[in-house]
Write a protein that binds this ligand. Structure first.
Ligand SMILES: C[S@@+](CC[C@H](N)C(=O)[O-])C[C@H]1O[C@@H](n2cnc3c(N)ncnc32)[C@H](O)[C@@H]1O
Length: 294
């Protein structure tokens, strides 16, 4: 199993410890809860105190909230390679991007570039669109599906910021399972599929997504919309406090469900973990993934 860590200058996990992480997103630093950081902070308290804002965890009597130490813009722009995108602290504590995923953007870009033809890519649970944009930037025709209208609106803004407004991207706000089933009925086909499902989620009409119960069904529907000569599949799942102790088993589990889905195809399947290291080289693991190349 491989552990992949992103390489970029605008984002940095500056320090971690005491159940928190100190991250730099471009020109601003933010503190967020991090249950894995059971160790001590390395940097002095004064450095942490210079953070521009902190997301304070919910308690039994209070919702989680951002506390800013100085007036910050509601959102700001960051860049990685050719992609430009917005960072926007949200009431959930998320900021509109998952920095660890940069490893996947690079992989998607390289696979799309290497293909001998323009690819038709489906990005399910695409959130703010950075995997979609990585594929579109190299000439793929991408269909992006997410249940959240807010996330899709941000993704479209990221498309414009990145100067990719002319690229053929279909933005769809819909339940992923409903969309894939309909595509199968219509006879639509894709060369590559990216899936980044949450453990639990809801479609825009209240459709329930439960990873343990829904994943096999979704993969079997995805099998029906795969081209006869597909190019790649990427399945990523966020790890939780509960799954952290068994990352290797989780990654292997994803690899074996993909292998099963693709019986009859000649394919190479690998699995691994995405993680981020702080300046003290303490590693925070974020998700497990399986990748297929045909
Ligand atoms: C873990 S995030 C994806 C993160 C993304 N890969 C990124 O790097 O920005 C999961 C996404 O799934 C979406 N989602 C949850 N339930 C869904 C459903 N039933 N159908 C479609 N999208 C759903 C959420 O709105 C959210 O944007």
């Amino acid at each position: 199993m491989e552990t992949l860590m992103p390489d970029w200058t605008e984002y940095e996990l500056v320090d971690s410890g005491a159940g928190k992480k100190l991250e730099r997103f471009g020109e601003f630093t933010l503190i967020r809860p991090e249950p894995q950081a059971k160790w001590e902070m390395i940097l002095p308290a004064q450095r942490w105190e210079t953070a521009d804002g902190e997301f304070v965890k919910a308690t039994s009597s209070q919702r989680g909230e951002w506390r800013f130490r100085k007036p910050l813009p509601a959102r700001w722009t960051m860049q990685r390679k050719n992609l430009k995108f917005l960072v926007q602290p949200a009431p959930s504590g998320h900021v509109g991007l998952f920095p660890d995923q940069a490893c996947h953007w690079d992989w998607v870009e390289a696979r799309t570039k290497r293909a001998a033809r323009p690819l038709k890519v489906l990005c399910l649970f695409g959130h703010t669109g950075l995997a979609t944009l990585a594929a579109a930037a190299t000439g793929a025709e991408v269909t992006h599906v997410d249940a959240s209208r807010k996330a899709v609106t941000l993704a479209r803004e990221n498309q414009c910021l990145s100067g990719l407004q002319k690229q053929p991207i279909r933005w769809i706000v819909e339940d992923a399972m409903t969309f894939v089933r309909r595509e199968a009925r219509r006879g639509s086909r894709y060369d590559a599929i990216l899936l980044d499902p949450p453990r639990f989620g809801r479609g825009p009409d209240g459709e329930i997504w439960k990873l343990e119960e829904s994943l096999l069904e979704l993969l079997s529907a995805c099998r029906k919309i795969l081209n006869e000569t597909p190019v790649f599949i990427l399945l990523n799942v966020y790890s939780t406090v509960l799954t952290q102790g068994r990352i290797e088993k989780e990654a292997e589990g994803l690899r074996s469900v993909l292998k099963k889905m693709l019986e009859g195809f000649q394919a190479r399947t690998t699995a691994g973990e995405l993680a981020i290291e702080d300046a003290g080289r303490r590693r925070i693991s974020s998700s497990v993934f399986a990748r297929v190349e045909f």
